[in-house]
Design a protein around this ligand. Structure first.
Ligand code: NAD
Length: 496
């Protein structure tokens, strides 16, 4: 099967000189080939978006909201298809993919409220018989570059808000699982979105670089690993664009001695191994505050033993394969690295039973204890089913560990002490905090974003900050002239 771009409302009919393989991670087989866009193909997509912008920027708010409501209805009616597409190319189990699509729907629902979200301010008589008001206008063509791990949700964090604000979009999804974006673009067309408002180009660095350099692209929303996020931010801003670039993570879950250890162990396993650890909000580090470490580690290990790993389409499977063979091998190399560096390997995922084709990209859940902050299993974002436990002597030591880490995406504290939780939310240098909630992804009407090396730029994704990112504010000062305004006055205008 061949997966190609969608430009100007239809599949691209050109010949690609380069392409990539798309796998079914549960069988290890190549399921499709995806065309890679050259710079010239990106130019075609940008030209299509630019020409669509002329009309779309003036489409009434009612019309934009109508398209968004229609898209919401279509997506809701066909969400099981999108769920299947996500599982087939990413590998996450169907129930997890369904959760991703549901959160994506919530982001679409937020954008349905665009008439309300774009209301400006109005000050009557800011000066005598002078009114001042603000309007928010779209930027133009916006680039959206997304990662492999949420092939439906991350594009839908950005595309609905960007479009509803009156922009047109060139979306470059991950080349590892590109079909969800094509499906989304087809549904938008069915919902009545005019041709050229949403274009999808596939590819790698060549396509990304052209988006970053193209003079007609006014803003870029990026999600991916920290080194690429930094590169995208620096390159895009150097070319005069507004950029928000969300990066990688190392999310800590602090467990205080008063916590309910059964609930904390449930949460650590759910958040550590859901989606095979391939979530930017996955818990990859548990910081156990003395004296709970031994008991907590035993409870986590017990739960890991019962996890059903296998083909995400098979009933009962809780954890699927990793996205590619290369990624599986890289993650597995950390099991050896952790042992070599002196961590205690409590559970070796390489021996975990698998309910699936032997050629799939499998790695079972792995647990390390007594991990040190200098070890690579702690320092690096592994992005797989490897959970590390660090021991801390006190609450203060635990906070120090979390704040010393260069990433600052998400974190959680497990405790029944409200005062400790409140102190943690105040002191921790992380953008999204869970109090007894292990994956605190904000709802669609707040905004999503980390601190430090987890986000470059100053706007978080979706919600109010998304609307802010995709619009420019204009302030109008006006009066209807009457004789009282006569007379020449060269002084700086003062409000009277
Ligand atoms: P990635 O950085 O490899 O790729 C992300 C995007 O950048 C893809 O579209 C890819 O084609 C493109 N890309 C890759 N290499 C490039 C290069 N050299 N130059 C230009 N573009 C390039 O990330 P991934 O492996 O697809 O996704 C996993 C990463 O994304 C993890 O680090 C994860 O933490 C992060 N992530 C972060 C968030 C967040 O909200 N902070 C959310 C999801 C994923």
């Amino acid at each position: 099967m061949r997966i190609t771009h969608r430009i100007g409302g239809k599949p691209w009919d050109g010949e690609a000189s380069r392409s990539g393989e798309v796998y079914d991670p549960a069988t290890g087989k190549v399921a499709a080939h995806v065309d890679f866009a050259s710079a010239a193909t990106v130019d075609e997509a940008v030209a299509s978006a630019r020409s669509a912008f002329a009309d779309w920027r003036n489409a009434s708010l009612t019309r934009r909201a109508t398209v968004m409501f229609a898209f919401r209805e279509l997506l809701n009616a066909r969400k099981s298809e999108l769920t299947g597409i996500v599982t087939a190319e990413h590998g996450k189990v169907l129930s997890d993919a369904a959760g991703e699509v549901q959160r994506a729907l919530e982001a679409v629902e937020f954008a349905c409220g665009i008439p309300h979200l774009l209301k400006g301010g109005f000050s009557e008589n800011a000066s005598t018989r002078v009114d001042v008001y603000s309007i928010q206008q779209p930027l133009g063509v916006v680039g959206v570059i997304s990662p492999f791990n949420f092939p439906a949700m991350v594009p839908l964090w950005f595309v609905p808000n960007a479009i509803a604000c009156g922009n047109t979009v060139v979306l470059k999804p991950s080349e590892k699982d590109p079909s969800a974006s094509v499906f989304i673009a087809e549904l938008f067309a069915e919902a009545g979105l005019p041709d050229g408002v949403l274009n999808v180009v596939h590819g790698d660095k060549e396509a990304v670089d052209r988006i970053l350099e193209h003079p007609d692209v006014k803003a870029v929303s990026f999600v991916g690993s920290t080194p690429i996020a930094k590169y995208v931010y620096e390159t895009g801003t150097r070319h005069g664009k507004r950029v928000q670039a969300l990066g990688g993570a190392k999310n800590h879950m602090v467990v205080l001695p008063d916590a309910d250890l059964d609930l904390a162990a449930d949460a650590a396993v759910s958040a550590g191994f859901g989606s095979a650890g391939e979530r930017c909000m996955a818990i990859s580090v548990v910081v156990a505050v003395d004296p709970v470490g031994d008991e907590l580690v035993a409870k986590i290990a017990d739960r890991i033993a019962g996890l059903h790993v296998g083909d995400g389409r098979r009933p009962g499977c809780e954890m699927g394969p990793l996205v590619t063979g290369a990624h599986r091998d890289k993650v597995a190399s950390y099991v050896d690295a952790g042992v070599a560096e002196g961590a205690s390997l409590v559970v070796d995922g390489r021996g975990h039973p698998v309910d699936g084709d032997a050629s799939g990209f499998w790695l079972g859940p792995t647990l390390f204890d007594h991990v040190g902050a200098d070890m690579s299993v702690y320092r690096d974002e592994i992005f797989g089913p490897v959970l590390s436990v660090l021991r801390a002597a006190s609450y203060d030591d635990a906070v120090e560990v979390v704040n010393a880490n260069p990433y600052g995406n998400g974190t959680a504290i497990f405790t029944n002490d409200g005062g400790a939780a409140r102190r943690y939310q105040n002191e921790v240098e992380v953008g999204m905090v869970g109090v007894n909630v292990p994956i605190p992804v904000p709802v669609a009407y707040y905004s999503f974003g980390g601190w430090k090396d987890s986000l470059f730029g100053d706007s978080h994704a979706y919600g109010p900050e998304g609307v802010h990112f995709y619009t420019r504010t204009k302030v109008v000062t006006g009066r209807w002239l009457d004789p009282s305004h006569g007379g020449v006055n060269l002084g700086f205008p003062q409000n009277t």
